[in-house]
Design a protein around this ligand. Structure first.
Ligand code: GDP
Ligand code: PGA
Ligand code: MN
Ligand code: MN
Length: 622
């Protein structure tokens, strides 16, 4: 917020001006003072990150009914929350990129003039924290010891958000101290102001609700200013502003300007039985398998997976010409339904250690949580809507986008390199989506530009991670459709440029995967989860020049014999069906890709048209 926006005499409730500012950083002090003057909270609390503060916050959330403390013998220091049913997922139609010039936002984002948006939102923020505490959360995405730490300060009126931020991002006084030190040393560290309100002020005497929120929601990024304003929602992706808003939307703009990549990718470390280590990043749309792949337990003997991150990767070309990736986050915010000891034992072990928040799952009578797909179905539970639930109930016990929020440091298979600010050198990038048809289990791109084409045309069925229809195929470029903070045509060009300006031999090889292809009966053709290690093995063997592939119009697909299916209960026909490239299905994609590309007009890099022409020719379409 800029100083000219409103006057101090509008301060009500809190008398904040007579208190010493807890920070020596003038910009942060001003951000806090101006926000307090506008939003008029009852009190201001600077979040320290101490254990005592965690106890105080969680106790208070239990007292107000937002949290239910889970049985400490089963899930120590863990909490259950159920949201308002109107606040369960990211709201893409309420998400804006308010660039100064509309053209910079591009055809895939919502836009409003930044000044117009600010005027509108100042109206909403005016007095919006009345009766509440305004929390100030200093945080850093990535390492505090990074060469250029990526700081932020989130102001929020939600204790639920504070607790979640403490899990998901390195937050608290130690971060503020570092910002102040750097400032004092004249380094003017970069920090992103991020303002969040649930948008439900309390009038004197008005009782609070368990999940305050507002029907009116705005999730707004100001890319030039590197600022975030969020209003009306308490849901993770809308409210934990370090995650999607900063680490993807704002960071993608920084990355464009500074020549690096901010991507919606997991990062994993794979070790072969011979001890060969590969680092793999993978971009799948929300609720399409990142968290599961990041923590996969291989079913093939001798292979080992360790995890570095499950949602976001920041990648820079190093002095050695390789693409180095770090995970800027500090926790997992995972889709609960479907998670169990079989599909994701590592996630189960992580949450069983406690210190976690579960939102919109079911609560059992013994004070544990449950969701569809978890073992030990309870005879009775309380559904996420607060209603009695039994296995005979018609409604789901848990919202399909219910989530666990758990510290990454508790994950037994966290790779040691997670703590290295330099990150890890990526050997392969996987793009993938959720497609019932058309897209084979795995194939390899011809080169970086072709890989960029595969990313730019990535398609997937929509999921419950965003509000809206589920199961509709849409283009989701690089799994970043809701997260590219600028013109997607320029973003494709940025990817092409990274390929051009660097030694292609040292950049990661690009692959495309689809765990979700179905047979005629609607069943999955591929068992997925731990069995995906077989696909990772093929990827590694391709890079080592050891695995066969057939060249098809879309890229290099494994021969049936090159994929290790030993011990897998699958017929040869089924494996063939999973790998099949059907020319007719792909011909049907062409007009869709054409239409998608046309959206970008002159902003689409010409080489992507060339790639489409090449695909068309290889598919024998005149
Ligand atoms: P993320 O949102 O991209 O991190 O996706 P998750 O890993 O949380 O998975 C989202 C949903 O897809 C969950 O319900 C998973 O059970 C399911 N899923 C993940 N991996 C696979 C897979 O390999 N095969 C199948 N059939 N489902 C999967
Ligand atoms: P997801 O993360 O990718 O794990 O679903 C949350 C989101 O993208 O909304
Ligand atoms: Mn995500
Ligand atoms: Mn995930």
């Amino acid at each position: 917020m800029t100083a000219d926006t409103h006057t101090r005499d509008s301060v009500e409730g809190a008398n904040l001006s007579d208190r010493p500012s807890p920070t020596t950083h003038p910009g942060i002090a001003e951000f806090v003072a101006e926000t307090a003057a506008l939003t008029k909270p009852e009190r201001v609390q600077w979040v320290t990150g101490s254990p005592e503060e965690w106890t105080e916050l969680t106790d208070a959330l239990v007292a107000t009914g937002t949290f239910t403390r889970l049985n400490p013998a089963l899930k120590p220091n863990s909490f259950y929350a159920a949201s308002d049913p109107i606040d369960v997922a990211r709201v893409e139609d309420r998400t804006y990129i308010c660039s100064v010039d509309e053209k910079d936002c591009g055809p895939t984002n919502n836009w409003m003039d930044p000044q117009e948006m600010k005027t509108l939102m100042r109206g909403l923020y005016d007095g919006c924290m009345r009766g509440r505490t305004m929390y100030v959360v200093p945080f850093v995405m990535g390492h505090l010891e990074a060469e250029k730490p990526m700081f932020g300060v989130e102001i929020t009126d939600s204790a639920y958000v504070v607790v979640s931020m403490l899990v998901m991002a390195r937050s608290g006084t130690h971060v503020l101290k570092r910002i102040e030190e750097l400032e004092a040393a004249g380094e003017s560290p970069q920090w992103v102001p991020a303002l969040h309100s649930v948008g439900m002020p309390l009038e004197p005497g008005q009782a609070d609700v368990a999940w305050p929120c507002n029907e009116t929601k705005y999730i707004v990024q100001f890319p030039e200013e590197r600022a975030i304003w969020s209003f009306g929602s308490g849901y993770g992706g809308n409210a934990l502003l370090g995650k999607k808003c900063y680490a993807l939307r704002i960071a993608s703009v920084m990355a464009r300007d500074e020549g690096w990549l901010a991507e919606h990718m997991l990062i994993l470390k794979l070790t072969s039985p011979q001890g060969v280590v590969k680092f793999i990043a993978a971009a799948f749309p929300s609720a399409c398998g990142k968290t599961n792949l990041a923590m996969l337990r291989p079913t093939i003997p001798g292979w080992k997976v360790e995890t570095l991150g499950d949602d976001i990767a920041w990648m820079r070309v190093g002095e050695d010409g390789r693409l180095w990736a770090v995970n800027p986050e500090y926790g997992f915010f995972g889709v609960a339904p479907g998670t169990n000891q079989k599909t994701n034992p590592n996630a189960m072990d992580t949450i069983d250690k406690g210190n976690s928040v579960f939102t919109n799952v079911a609560l059992t009578e013994d004070g544990d949580i449950w969701w569809e797909g978890l073992e030990n179905t309870p005879a009775k539970a309380t559904s996420w809507k607060g209603e009695p639930w039994t296995p005979d109930s018609e409604e789901l016990s848990s919202h399909p986008n219910s989530r666990y929020c758990t510290p990454i440091k508790q994950c037994d298979i966290l790779a040691a390199e997670y703590d290295d600010p330099r990150g890890v050198p990526i050997d392969a990038i996987l793009f993938g989506g959720r497609r019932r048809t058309t897209v084979p289990l795995v194939f390899e791109a011809r080169d970086w530009t072709h890989g960029t084409f595969l990313g730019a045309t990535l398609s997937s069925e929509t999921t419950a991670a965003a509000v809206g229809q589920v199961g509709v195929v849409r283009r989701d470029p690089m799994a970043m459709l809701p997260f590219i903070g600028y013109n997607a045509g320029h973003y494709f060009n940025h990817w092409i440029t990274v390929g051009k300006e660097n030694d292609a031999a040292k950049l990661p090889k690009i692959f495309y995967v689809n765990w979700f292809r179905r047979d005629e009966d609607g069943g999955f053709l591929w068992p997925g989860f731990g069995e995906n290690s077989r696909v990772l093995k093929w990827v590694v063997e391709r890079m080592e020049g050891q695995a066969d592939a057939v060249e098809t119009p879309i890229g290099y697909v494994p021969t049936v014999d090159s994929l290790d299916v030993e011990g897998l209960d699958m017929t040869r026909d089924a494996v063939e069906a999973a790998l099949a490239v059907d020319a007719e299905e792909w011909q049907a994609e062409l007009p869709q890709i054409q239409e998608w590309f046309e959206k970008f007009g002159d902003d689409l890099p010409a080489v992507l048209w060339t790639e489409l022409d090449g695909l068309r020719a290889r598919l024998d379409v005149p």
